[in-house]
Design a binder for this molecule. Structure first.
Ligand code: FES
Length: 88
């Protein structure tokens, strides 16, 4: 699973560095380092959204915020990663 966090100017202002930090910690906490590859990206052309843009494989998620990070991580990364780990 490739998780690409936008670190373009607009997302940077909206807290992408904090999202990167939260993401690294969550991946480490759940031992997903062998499944999840984290990377940064330049602008993904969704600057109008209220939060940071994060691409998970081929799906783009806009509006990721520090406040909403926990739900985003659980639903879009943890659950699919665990399913992948279990071979589904
Ligand atoms: S800077 Fe992130 S979508 Fe444009």
């Amino acid at each position: 699973m490739i998780v690409s966090i936008c670190v373009g100017s607009s997302c940077h202002i909206k807290g992408s560095q904090k999202i990167v930090e939260l993401m690294k910690n969550a991946v480490e906490k759940h031992h997903l380092g062998d499944i999840v590859t984290l990377c940064g990206s330049f602008c993904q052309k969704h600057c109008d959204s209220p939060g940071v843009t994060v691409q998970v494989n081929d799906t783009t998620h806009t509006g990721v915020t520090v406040e909403g990070f926990h739900d985003f991580f659980n639903n879009q990364i943890l659950k699919p990663a665990l399913a992948e780990k279990e071979g589904f």
